[in-house]
Ligand binder design. Structure first.
Ligand SMILES: Nc1ncnc2c1ncn2[C@@H]1O[C@H](COP(=O)(O)OP(=O)(O)OP(=O)(O)O)[C@@H](O)[C@H]1O
Ligand SMILES: [Mg+2]
Length: 542
């Protein structure tokens, strides 16, 4: 409840009073008050209407020779209850507080709220139910009172109360005029309410529009994903285990950690879990923790308030808030900076987030699915990943095996991708040569399904017949030597081996060991590779 209270030092008969009843004819005075009130309410902006109401109350007090006047606004409800108090009174009454007014005038307020007009020429006119109202008037020295409902569109939106120090004051005779005056109050309050409702509606529309735009973005992404990736392909035992796990976990809210080499299908697994879950109707919100600079991830994940940092021109809701009642896919979780790992831990533990630049915590109901192609346990040992966060994420781990460990999936994947890309490029590919298929089955696929997909996309693109031959695209970087040479004269194992090792070394920039080294691609120990290079007379060009 708000109070709009202005105390003026002048008494009702101050010498500079504008309306001296002795000097002006009563009805002229009344008309002047009315016209001034109406004009001031029309010209004033809505946030100033409260001040104008207090000025109007002062005019009423001075015109009627009363001691105080109050206008109590009611909320629109439900429930309808007093919301704002405007008050003006002469200085010679005991101190009066808003809550005192509210608590003790409840009978008068309730009676007028139902549309009654109350006129009491002396306090003994007040019935027993209004004993508290009467006691307050006695304490304040009021001897006669009137109260009128302010009606707009058949509804009481406020109550005007006027109180005088004398019995039999002219207050009650003024009721017809006060009824005219309160029309001006009613119109002003109604304009204020309409404008406030309009502002609220505009703000709501803006928020809805923002939400729709973001929603749209995700939905478009979803459609793109649906069109590009289709469904899971593969029947290998290894993939069946992955499927079984997806089915076990999808209906729960448990956090899932998907691990696997690049291109194995981790995102596909995450989408399947989300889509099969009860949250599947809402878009899956995706964040690539490795693709955003550390300074941006925090506001991206948790949102920010306007002015939270340079360039934060407006308030932004973060991905976690957006994912409320849905799931969030935290891709490349191993790349999340340490300081944000602490905040993520809090979301996992308490389901709470804090926007940047705000001290307010918000509850979110988000299911977390994280993925990584890095070994999180090694990162924990290297102190690059919080151990407590690792255990929180690792509630339900799913490992997606590399393609080389489930080669039996390759034929189905090849057919699936070839059909997909042929349809996309308007080509008709009816068969795949056996040699090509054999070569694809043999290759190590360090880039897994994505690498296979890319190679087949290019192969379909350059294919000129309805039979797919991979030697058509031997220019493809990274294509295995055995595939690239399909169709060329056969060579000895020694030459083949030498050529393939050379090719891999060129691809890795002559790096032998490490994550991106040739030994890893060739599934060899770096020492073994070095001795092979010596034996095959392979030396790094200067
Ligand atoms: N079993 C599968 N069936 C059909 N398509 C697949 C399968 N596995 C992976 N793919 C496709 O391979 C591509 C790579 O998959 P995805 O993006 O899910 O891999 P990822 O493990 O998330 O890779 P990265 O670690 O590089 O992000 C996608 O286009 C995906 O649709
Ligand atoms: Mg991925």
């Amino acid at each position: 409840m708000t109070t709009n209270l202005i105390l003026r030092p002048e008494t009702q008969h101050a010498p500079h009073c504008r309306y001296d009843p002795a000097m002006m004819c009563d009805s002229l005075l009344f008309e002047r008050i009315m016209s001034e009130l109406s004009t001031s309410f029309i010209n004033v902006p809505t946030d100033q209407i409260g001040n104008e109401i207090v000025k109007g109350l002062k005019e009423i007090v001075q015109y009627s020779g009363a001691a105080a006047a109050t206008l109590v606004e009611f909320s629109e409800g439900p429930p309808v209850q007093p919301s704002t108090v405007h008050l003006w009174h002469v200085t010679d009454i005991p101190p009066l507080s808003e809550s005192e007014l509210m608590q003790n005038l409840s009978w008068g307020m309730e009676s007028t709220r139902t549309g009654q007009i109350l006129e009491h020429r002396h306090l003994c006119d007040i019935p027993e139910e209004g004993a508290r109202d009467r006691a307050l008037f006695e304490r304040l020295g009021f001897k006669s009172t009137v109260a009128l409902p302010v009606m707009v569109g058949g509804r009481v939106i406020a109550v005007l109360g006027v109180f005088a120090h004398s019995e039999h004051s002219k207050l009650c005779d003024l009721v017809p005029r006060l009824r005219v005056i309160i029309q001006a109050f009613g119109n002003a309050l109604s304009r204020k309410r309409t404008e406030e409702a309009l502002h609220r509606a505009i703000a709501e529309l803006k928020a809805l529009k923002n939400r729709l735009e973001v929603d749209n973005l995700y939905l478009q992404q979803e459609i793109k994903v649906e069109r590009n990736f289709g469904s899971f392909v593969g029947e290998s035992e290894a993939l069946k285990i992955v499927w079984k796990k997806i089915q076990q976990v999808c209906f729960s809210r448990a956090t899932v950690l998907i691990a696997g080499e690049t291109g194995t299908g981790k995102e596909l697994v995450a989408r399947a879990i989300h889509e099969l879950s009860p949250r599947g109707q809402r878009p899956l919100v995706r964040v690539n923790c490795g693709a955003l600079p550390a300074t941006l991830i925090e506001s991206e994940l948790f949102g920010h308030e306007k002015g939270a940092f340079t360039g934060a021109f407006s308030r932004n809701i973060g991905r976690f808030e957006f994912a409320d009642k849905s799931s969030i896919f935290l891709d490349e979780i191993g790349e999340l900076p340490l300081e944000l790992q602490t905040k993520l831990l809090r979301v996992l533990q308490e389901g709470e987030i804090q926007r940047l630049g705000s001290s307010e915590t918000r509850k979110v109901d988000v299911r977390i699915i994280a993925a990584t192609n890095r070994d999180l346990q090694t990162l924990v040992a290297e102190k690059k990943f919080r151990e407590d966060l690792f255990y929180r994420l690792n509630v339900f781990p799913i490992h997606v095996p590399p393609l080389r460990d489930r080669r039996e999936d390759i034929p189905a994947l090849v057919r699936y991708f070839v059909e997909m890309f042929a349809a996309k490029s308007g080509k008709q590919i009816e068969s795949i040569s056996q040699k090509t298929m054999a070569a694809l089955m043999e290759y190590g696929w360090p880039g897994n399904v994505r690498e296979l997909q890319n190679i087949l996309e290019r192969a379909v693109l350059v294919s000129t017949t309805n039979r797919l031959e991979l030697d058509d695209c031997s220019w493809v970087q990274g294509l295995p030597a055995s595939v690239a040479t399909v169709g060329s004269p056969l060579r000895g194992l020694h030459d083949e081996e030498r050529e393939y090792i050379l090719k891999v070394l060129r691809l890795t920039g002559w790096r032998v060991s490490g994550e991106k080294g040739a030994a890893k691609i060739l599934h060899l120990n770096p020492k073994t590779l070095e001795s092979k290079m010596k034996r095959l007379n392979i030396t790094r060009p200067t």
